[in-house]
Design a protein around this ligand. Structure first.
Ligand code: ADP
Ligand code: MG
Length: 259
């Protein structure tokens, strides 16, 4: 067992009468790919928003790097080394690919970057450092050739890679990705999943949220399955694929869908 980096204990998140999460615990091992799957509406994005501090849980506790972060603001959690993407693209379309990455850097380096852009002389060196760092990250995600293009010129799959690049700019310990392959074709999906694997091999811990289990399961070290706000299964991908409760949750949903 690897060391636990992120731990959620008995998380409850109620919206009025809706129990979006009803006592979900999660233990994410350092340098693993931990995937949270479940049918639509099962509470995955809610869990994501609770872990990253965007929602304040109705109940339960969260610890990150051994420190309690329950109720902490998103920027505090981000400063501690947690980065995220959103289910829908949130890029700055008119800015270049490179600038979109620089936006993701922590405020100190970002501020010096912008003061350099305004030709304040002392910041010239930091500006170069910021550029170099952004270029390295773009190299890693395979977008180097597009550095100077506006983000709006990217294909959809490239935009999603850029979002990951921007999240990496904050030098996180853990990266949470909400449906990173949503809307992607099979080859784009493979590309993003291979990138995620590479990031994990380089020491990053990944929490993936995904509704289509086929897409991510072969890349995951550990899988947690949610249904109606509760954890119905947890284990290695192989076990999850054979789990009765998981099969029923998915097939049940699919039948409703086609009815
Ligand atoms: P998933 O990401 O698994 O599709 P969500 O976490 O988005 O599911 O939603 C789980 C449940 O919580 C759904 O019933 C959804 O309508 C409800 N929900 C999520 N966010 C809110 C919110 N901000 N206000 C009210 N209900 C919400
Ligand atoms: Mg969702």
């Amino acid at each position: 067992m690897s060391q636990v980096l992120l731990e959620a204990d008995q998380i409850k998140m109620y919206f009025g009468g809706i129990k979006a999460l009803d006592g979900v615990s999660l233990s994410v091992g350092s340098q693993t790919i931990h995937t949270v799957i479940g049918p639509n509406g099962s509470g995955k994005s809610t869990m994501f928003n609770v872990l990253t501090g965007f929602y304040r849980a109705t109940g339960g506790h969260i610890a990150f790097c051994g420190k309690e972060i329950t109720g902490s603001a998103p920027h505090r959690i981000s400063e501690m080394g947690m980065a995220r993407t959103f289910q829908t693209l949130r890029l700055f379309p008119e800015m270049t690919v490179l600038e979109n990455v620089i936006v993701g850097m922590h405020s100190r380096i970002r501020e010096t970057f912008w003061s350099a852009a305004l030709h304040l002389p002392s910041a010239a060196n930091e500006e170069r450092v910021a550029y170099e760092k952004a270029e390295q990250i773009l190299e890693m995600v395979g977008l180097s050739a597009k550095n100077r293009q506006p983000a709006k010129s990217l294909a959809y799959g490239e935009g999603r890679l850029l979002e990951i690049a921007r999240a990496m700019a904050s030098e996180p310990k853990v990266l949470l990705l909400d449906e990173p392959a949503a809307g992607m074709n099979p080859s784009e999906t493979k590309q993003v999943m291979e990138l995620i694997r590479k990031l994990c091999q380089r020491g990053l811990t990944i929490v993936l949220v995904e509704h289509d289990m086929k897409v991510v399961i072969s890349y995951s070290d550990m899988v947690t399955v949610l249904d109606h706000g509760k954890k119905i299964a947890e284990g290695a991908p192989k076990e999850i694929l054979q789990n009765e409760a998981v099969i029923t949750a998915y097939l049940g949903k699919r039948r409703e869908h086609h009815a």
